[in-house]
Write a protein that binds this ligand. Structure first.
Ligand SMILES: *[C@@H]1O[C@H](CO)[C@@H](O)[C@H](O)[C@H]1NC(C)=O
Ligand SMILES: *[C@@H]1O[C@H](CO)[C@@H](O)[C@H](O)[C@H]1NC(C)=O
Ligand SMILES: *[C@@H]1O[C@H](CO)[C@@H](O)[C@H](O)[C@H]1NC(C)=O
Ligand SMILES: *[C@@H]1O[C@H](CO)[C@@H](O)[C@H](O)[C@H]1NC(C)=O
Ligand SMILES: *[C@@H]1O[C@H](CO)[C@@H](O)[C@H](O)[C@H]1NC(C)=O
Ligand SMILES: *[C@@H]1O[C@H](CO)[C@@H](O)[C@H](O)[C@H]1NC(C)=O
Length: 460
């Protein structure tokens, strides 16, 4: 420090040849100014600067000395200080010309004070020298740590980016004097974030050091240290953190959750019926997870369309099926992403497939009467319970379920499970010559509801 202060001081003095000598309070300064009356042809107080270190703890710090070369030491001269901080920050021993700093100074607050000096001969009351201006500079100590400017730092970089990819640049500022030693010369280093990231020590540029997969870890927190004194021991440090998010690239293909699905379709289902859904999963997000399903062996009977909302595959019927003809099908479904960039095709080799077995269900058709309508004749006056006639219906399905019959529309007749109709009340032709009945035939064991069949009776 002293060495740095000495040089400008010595140069200044030598060039300007002042009549009033300034002496730095410096241990290493051995230089005595040439003073002599023969040099005083050029008059005036032309001062180079004094230096005082900032943050001095001493209550009275000797800055330097003003001395007129007329001063023969008989104590008749009086030195006076005027200007910035004179009397408050800086004090002068009016007899010796010694200048003191009486307050702690902060270079980062104010680095330069402009003062004026006077020297008066007390015996005459006149100025010995013309008043002159000089400056006191506050010299820097390394009392400020580096501070990062743009916190908080956040960056987004695509996953799987190669080594060397630029992520972000962080910059710290050091309030200390950049021209004073290495007080403001910073070196950046990574405290947290290895081995995925690296930092350029002088620029603060953060780069990728090794590839990262978003599907393993989406966010990384990196801690950066800036250290002054070019990172040497004893330097002051500042730290910041950078939140680095990885953006998605399409480095995952969709994969079926199950490799085997069992679906079923009724033989009565119309073309276009959706018979079930299949689903694949993709670890990517957004557009990179959009998929497209297809049938591998180009089935004539089934098709798969994609539900763009849910990314599910919907199996639909392309052609009517017939249980009696073929009671099951096996199809192979395939899934791939809708959008894959050329350079990412390496992640999409061999699309995932799943087998789908489709069972054709035998349809549960309603019972069928042997005749479309029945006409029975019965004489009036027959007693209660007289036989009217037989009706008969059968289940067309191969299950051949037993049939139950019922009459709901008349109080005059009843029917049993054999299809035999009898009277339950005496009949009178003069009251009614016709009874039109509806008989319902129902499969005894069925998932379906009632199937009805109309039968017309005629009485004479
Ligand atoms: C002044 O004192 C403080 C506290 O004791 C110390 O941290 C600082 O380094 C001192 N300053 C100088 C210039 O010695
Ligand atoms: C002191 O010295 C100065 C300059 O030589 C002179 O002008 C002054 O009269 C002297 N004063 C006394 C008290 O001797
Ligand atoms: C889904 O989107 C694709 C392209 O955006 C389109 O071709 C397809 O028809 C859509 N599917 C459905 C079921 O809307
Ligand atoms: C009607 O059905 C019953 C019972 O199955 C049978 O005994 C009877 O002979 C049948 N009558 C006629 C006329 O077919
Ligand atoms: C149905 O017919 C059979 C054979 O003719 C007979 O045994 C049975 O009792 C009849 N059932 C009813 C409910 O009349
Ligand atoms: C019964 O149906 C026949 C034929 O549809 C109709 O001519 C007749 O009037 C009907 N009888 C009664 C009582 O509803």
């Amino acid at each position: 420090m002293n060495c740095c202060l000495l040089i400008p001081f010595v140069v200044g003095i030598t060039l300007l040849r002042p009549c009033l000598t300034a002496t730095e309070n410096s241990k290493t300064q051995e230089v005595k100014q040439p003073v002599g009356s023969h040099l005083r042809a050029k008059r005036g107080w032309v001062w180079n600067q004094f230096f005082v270190p900032e943050e001095m703890n001493a209550t009275r710090h000797h800055v330097g000395q003003l001395r007129s070369d007329f001063d023969n030491g008989n104590n008749s001269f009086q030195y006076k200080l005027l200007g910035d901080g004179a009397g408050s920050i800086f004090d002068i021993d009016k007899r010796t010309g010694d200048i003191y700093a009486v307050q702690k100074l902060d270079r980062e607050e104010r680095s330069l004070y402009t003062l004026r000096a006077q020297v008066i001969d007390t015996t005459t009351g006149r100025a010995v020298e013309p008043e002159s201006e000089f400056v006191i500079r506050v010299s820097d100590i390394n009392d400020n740590e580096p501070k990062f400017l743009d916190e908080p730092y956040e960056a987004i970089v695509p996953e799987m980016s190669p080594e060397g990819t630029l992520v972000i640049q962080v910059t710290a500022r050091d309030a200390d004097d950049p021209s004073s030693g290495n007080h403001a010369r910073l070196l950046y280093s990574l405290l947290l974030g290895q081995p995925y990231f690296s930092i350029e020590p002088t620029t603060g540029v953060i780069r990728i050091f090794s590839e990262m997969d978003r599907e393993l870890q989406e966010e990384h927190r990196v801690i950066i240290q800036a250290k002054d004194m070019i990172g040497q021991p004893g330097g002051l440090t500042g730290t910041t953190s950078v939140l680095i998010r990885l953006s998605d690239i399409n480095d995952n293909k969709p994969i079926f959750k199950k490799t085997f699905y069992r679906l079923s379709v009724s033989e009565s289902a119309p073309i276009g019926t959706s018979i079930g859904t299949i689903k694949a999963h993709d670890n990517d997000i957004g557009e990179n997870a959009e998929m497209e399903y297809s049938i591998e062996d180009d089935s004539q009977t089934f098709d798969i369309i994609t539900n763009n909302e849910t990314q599910e595959g919907i199996v639909i019927l392309k052609k009517k099926v017939d249980f009696e003809h073929q009671n099951h099908y096996v199809i192979k479904a395939k899934v791939k992403n809708r959008h894959v960039e050329e350079q990412l095709m390496k992640y999409h080799a061999e699309a995932s497939t799943a087998s789908i077995k489709v069972l054709v269900e035998d349809d549960d058709e309603p019972p069928v009467f042997l005749l479309p309508y029945y006409v029975f004749e019965i004489s009036e006056g027959n007693s209660y319970g007289s036989f009217v006639g037989n009706v008969s219906a059968t289940d067309p399905d191969h299950r051949n379920s037993p049939i139950r019959y019922s009459i709901t529309s008349s109080k005059m007749f009843s029917i049993d499970d054999n299809g035999t109709i009898i009277t339950t009340n005496p009949l009178d032709r003069e009251v009614s010559a016709w009874y039109n009945l509806t008989v319902t035939a129902t499969e005894k064991f069925t998932y379906s509801h009632l199937y009805k069949w109309n039968i017309h009776f005629q009485f004479f």
